[in-house]
Design a protein around this ligand. Sequence first.
Ligand SMILES: NC(=O)C1=CN([C@@H]2O[C@H](COP(=O)(O)OP(=O)(O)OC[C@H]3O[C@@H](n4cnc5c(N)ncnc54)[C@H](O)[C@@H]3O)[C@@H](O)[C@H]2O)C=CC1
Ligand SMILES: NCC(=O)COP(=O)(O)O
Length: 364
Amino acid sequence: MSLELDETAFSKSQKPHLAVTLGDPAGIGSEVVLKALGDPMVRGKCQMTLIGDRALFAKAYKHLREQGIEGLADPQNLSILHTPLEGSADPIEWGRGNAASGAASFAYLKTAIARTLKGEFQGIVTAPIAKSLWKAAGYDYPGQTEVLAEAAGAKNYGMLFVARSPHTHWTLRTLLATTHIPLRDVPDALTPQRMTNKLKLFIHSLRKDFGIATPKIAIAGLNPHSGEAGQLGTEEQDWLFPWLKAERRNHPNLELLGLVPPDTLWVNPAQAWYGEDATTTPADGYLALYHDQGLIPVKLMAFDRAVNTTIGLPFIRTSPDHGTAFDIAGQGIARADSMKAAILLAAELSERRSRDEITGAWQD
Ligand SMILES: NC(=O)C1=CN([C@@H]2O[C@H](COP(=O)(O)OP(=O)(O)OC[C@H]3O[C@@H](n4cnc5c(N)ncnc54)[C@H](O)[C@@H]3O)[C@@H](O)[C@H]2O)C=CC1
Ligand SMILES: NCC(=O)COP(=O)(O)O
């Protein structure tokens, strides 16, 4: 059921202002940003300020135009918050990320966050960075999500992937209970407290960001067949099933499915995605227990259009689902659909949040 919005309280002419970061300058960030902003429909939804080195955007534009790529936004006509590359002895070349490109991508993100916290932007759309190059530059974070959460003082935050099916317009929403940690550390990182925090965050986001008052959420098991009564792993029997039972008592009006065996969890959403007959209605949200459990199905169905959203922040943050793609950087063949979807989702979520703040419907 969708929440009612007071349309009169929010002027449709108030377009959200978003910061769009360049990401790692050796990657495909500049290409997907210039391609996305070349789409008048995307430009029409929000105001945007690019955060990066002006010369790098200009270089990317010239290089792509020389290859005959049409439909790019011309950086001369864009608002750019020039964030120069400082003290870089190494020149930055497409496809050859290094410590300098890592440091630059970190600086773009920090600038975007500082300006957003001051109220200049309602949200941030980030082009991809390379985590290993942040480390090479001396910044030890698992990803952009953690930097955003730390700077914003967010304690309960999460990595949510959102993708709308081009076949049926159904929306797949997948929250990861754990993210960038080694697979061997996953069982220890999963605790009842972490699961409760993620579930609470998911319910809040489904209600407030997506207008679903009584969401149905499906939760994956950890082991094959969700443990097969303890024969294939004991976490389900030991604490995951008791945890879920307690959560059902805490949320008696919500449908919490699970623990669904991880191999079959994705059959129903795939049917909804491709418009095939299904025996049950799909869930509004899927809670996956670790990175690849959630992202392999998301990327199989929606690599060209899924959006990575950080929920639990005081502002909106979205990003395309792909990485820096150093292997194709500078070749003009990067698809910008996921970046477009990230900008459109950020605009949609920002508008909803502004409207709800005015009407008092948004509460953290
Ligand atoms: N949001 C972010 O900042 C993310 C950053 N990464 C970072 O990206 C780096 C590379 O990671 P990979 O695992 O190789 O993933 P990747 O997404 O960069 O590349 C995987 C494959 O998909 C292709 N690809 C990616 N984006 C594409 C696009 N827009 N159009 C056409 N083809 C595309 C690449 O050419 C490559 O073959 C890593 O350092 C990782 O940390 C990865 C995922 C997200
Ligand atoms: N696999 C998703 C990903 O790498 C996104 O990381 P982040 O930089 O958005 O934290």
